[in-house]
Ligand binder design. Structure first.
Ligand SMILES: C[C@](O)(CO)[C@H](O)COP(=O)(O)OP(=O)(O)OC[C@H]1O[C@@H](n2ccc(N)nc2=O)[C@H](O)[C@@H]1O
Ligand SMILES: Nc1ncnc2c1ncn2[C@@H]1O[C@H](COP(=O)(O)OP(=O)(O)OP(=O)(O)O)[C@@H](O)[C@H]1O
Length: 291
């Protein structure tokens, strides 16, 4: 018997600001950052397997099957839930890797929520977010699915409601390793803590920008090109940079003007992630069928 596939999005995120407050004994950095989602991302298909196997059918160059965050997330959920079920998984990769827009983390979060639904394990979002943190600092915000001010290493989340503008995201053709940026001796690590409210405006600073711009001239070039039109910021540890616009038309216009030398995409900012909007629709459809 073939099972129906569950198709779910894995949206990108932006860090609208990112301050580094210090370094912990384990080497991880204490941050303050503001996460917002984009209506743009990867897509995953899930189908049940009765034999307990986890099989990802889409290869990502340079990432072995068992190291893929999708496979790791699925196995962690199997262990936690004790289920005997498995899954076939397909990925449509859209998000650039090492782009600072959280592609791998979002794929992992979509896997946790998708398989939790498919396997009917009943594990709550708090436990899924804690499980996700073991896969990466950015996974919990994708599991919770609400724009958030994040503290700690990114896991202490306070939901916030920033404006939802249109963004132009430029993708410099370099992959930035997060670990490499966090280990740079020149990184600013002594920013003073700020209060969650009022929500910091989208155009406040990212403490990684100076180090990333120095190491990657392509990123500096993208920032300078975008700054001719609007405030430009790095997201996460890069490589992507973004600017906010009041309408899609204005973001598209700048995108076209830069298109000869820079690739990118235009997407709406959202405070409820596409993944969570899709899951909400799914549960409404299910309860309509059963009522
Ligand atoms: C910079 C951000 O993108 C902001 O959203 C994230 O904090 C990074 O999250 P991520 O990509 O999920 O990062 P992880 O896979 O957890 O960590 C990669 C590496 O970055 C460094 N790292 C990461 C997060 C953090 N708060 N401090 C760190 O020092 C560590 O060396 C770690 O080994
Ligand atoms: N499903 C996956 N998608 C992308 N990368 C993955 C995946 N699984 C494992 N990886 C590994 O994780 C690394 C980081 O990928 P990712 O796309 O999350 O980077 P990023 O956008 O810089 O993330 P962040 O914003 O969280 O720092 C990749 O270079 C790759 O080696």
């Amino acid at each position: 018997m073939t099972h129906p596939r569950l198709t779910l999005p894995a949206p990108a995120k932006l860090n609208l600001m990112l301050h580094i407050l210090g370094r912990r004994a384990d080497g991880y950095h204490e941050l303050q950052t503001l996460f917002q989602f984009l209506d743009y991302g990867d897509e995953l298909d899930f189908a049940l397997r009765q034999d307990g196997e986890i099989r990802l059918h889409t290869e990502i160059e340079g990432v072995p099957h068992d190291s893929n965050l999708i496979v790791k997330a699925a196995r962690k959920l199997q262990d936690l839930s004790g289920t005997a079920l498995g899954a076939d998984i397909w990925l449509r990769k859209v998000l650039p890797m090492g782009g600072g827009i959280g592609g791998g983390s979002s794929d992992a979060a979509t896997t946790l929520l998708g398989l939790n639904h498919l396997w009917n394990t009943g594990i709550d979002v708090d436990r899924l977010a804690a499980l996700g943190l073991g896969l990466g600092a950015d996974v919990p915000v994708f599991v919770r699915g609400h724009a958030a001010f994040a503290e700690g290493v990114g896991e202490i989340l306070t939901p916030v409601e920033p404006e939802e503008p249109w963004y132009l995201v430029l993708i410099p053709q370099v992959s930035v390793s997060t670990a490499e940026i966090f280990s740079d001796p020149l990184l600013t690590r002594d920013s003073l803590p700020i209060k969650v409210r009022p929500v910091p405006k989208g155009n406040s600073r990212n403490d990684c920008e100076a180090v990333v711009s120095r190491r990657y001239p392509e990123v500096l070039n993208a920032l300078n090109s975008l700054k001719k039109f609007t405030e430009a910021r790095l997201t996460g540890t890069g490589s992507c940079v973004f600017g906010a616009f009041p309408s899609k038309a204005e973001a598209d216009k700048v995108s076209h003007l830069l298109a000869e030398t820079l690739t990118g995409f235009v997407a709406k900012g959202s405070n409820i992630s596409m993944l969570h909007r899709t899951l909400q629709n799914l549960s409404q459809e299910t309860s309509a069928i059963h009522s």
